[in-house]
Design a protein around this ligand. Sequence first.
Ligand code: CP
Length: 309
Amino acid sequence: MKKDLLKMLDLSRSDIEKILDMADQMKFNQRHNLPHRYLDGKTVVMIFKKNSTRTRVSFETGIYQLGGHGIYLSGKESQIVRGESMEDTARTLARYCDAVVIRTYDQQEVETLASFAKIPVINGMTDFSHPCQVLADLMTVREHYALLEGLNACYIGDGDNMCNSLIVGCLKCGMNVRVACPEGYEPAQEVLDFAAGVKDASFSLTRNPLEAARDADVVFTDVWVSQGKEDEAEQRRLALAGYQVNEALMAVTHPDCMVQHCLPAHRGEEIVSEVFEHHADQIFEETENRLHVQKAVLFLLMGGDPFED
Ligand code: CP
């Protein structure tokens, strides 16, 4: 039994489907005011070493709606910033709390936390992976098309944590994936190796955004300058300048193509305002679905119906 959600690579297709089905149920319960206090009396601690609006608020709200208690622990104020190890932090928190959410830079910190904590650990974003966001994206696309299998997904821009997680999540769900990124900004090798081994869906990596976007059913993008990369801002803006979601790119997609953006958006960089606003309902549905997906993950990992080994 898996006790954690650390990266998309760890999830099977049936794990993903189980989370999306439960997230749909959570959304229905919320919309119809049906009781779903599955975390009554339980406490979830949320460690944040990076800034957040959506992840922090959706987790804290979701924990409250499930009847639990969320504790926000700033990576800048706790003993972690003074050098207390992840190993000792994990063993301490597991004595008080029932689950941990962590947002940090290094994926290895999350893996270490999970291996030393006897309680579930959920990755709230690292430089390598953003599984909660991608599960919300898959939920939103599935709501729109009523299926995922066979859809054409396209990612334009930096081969970052979102790109890594989307490639894995979409391919595991039977979607075809095309990525356009400049040289030096490719997804992680571990992810490319995974993609190369997938037999029942296609994957390609190109330097040409129009080639990647042709006949796409959904276009994804992310900021050019992720948290922690601020020192490289100017060189990134130069390298990624041609990798923008704009009208010319949307013109080659399927006519009803969706646009998804994890936010925050930098209009005029990775996406132009006109395309963003045209697809704003889809983008903010994706934002809302963070809440429902994370409630599903919390419920499943904290005793509901854990994932397969
Ligand atoms: N998409 C996302 O993770 O948003 P925040 O950085 O605001 O949490």
